[in-house]
Design a protein around this ligand. Sequence first.
Ligand SMILES: [Zn+2]
Length: 197
Amino acid sequence: MYEGIVQDLIDELGKLPGIGPKSAQRIAFHLLDAEEESARRLAEVLMKVKETARFCEVCGNVSAEDLCRICADPRRTDEVICVVEESKDIVAIERIREFKGRYHVLGGAIDPIGGVGPNDLRISELMRRLASNETQEIILALDPNIEGEATSAYLSRMLAPMELTVTRLASGLPVGGDLDYADEMTLGRAFLGRRAV
Ligand SMILES: [Zn+2]
């Protein structure tokens, strides 16, 4: 334990995902040593992100405007919508440069143990979107774990009565992890090899 505010900083950093006690300590001491100006910039960005960052009205992606860059891009097609759990999955799929459609962010996955049901996700928003545009294919690109599987199965059932091709990423993604853990080549192959459900 350190004294006062330094320990407070370590405690706060330690609450962040993926930051263990050792990393929290290392980051805290890095900040203590850093120039005041760079610490101030970090603090300002933290405040600003809470005040100004928002979510795209259409797809739920993090966005600086009402519409995210992808939804606002006229070169992209509404014919294919790729359904993902989180905005970070969009970043992973964009990195493979294969997809020219739009996205839909669910905001998580069905997780009965964690208390997340279908109504907690942006599924009704997806259904509304499908009612009003020319989408022909839905790609389910959920995490290759139990929650992602449950969510894919649920969505497949919901989408079955609609006149749509529903596809899923091919197997080969590292099982149990997050979609964005996969390297670009593996994710690219899974994307191109997607199959109808
Ligand atoms: Zn969007």
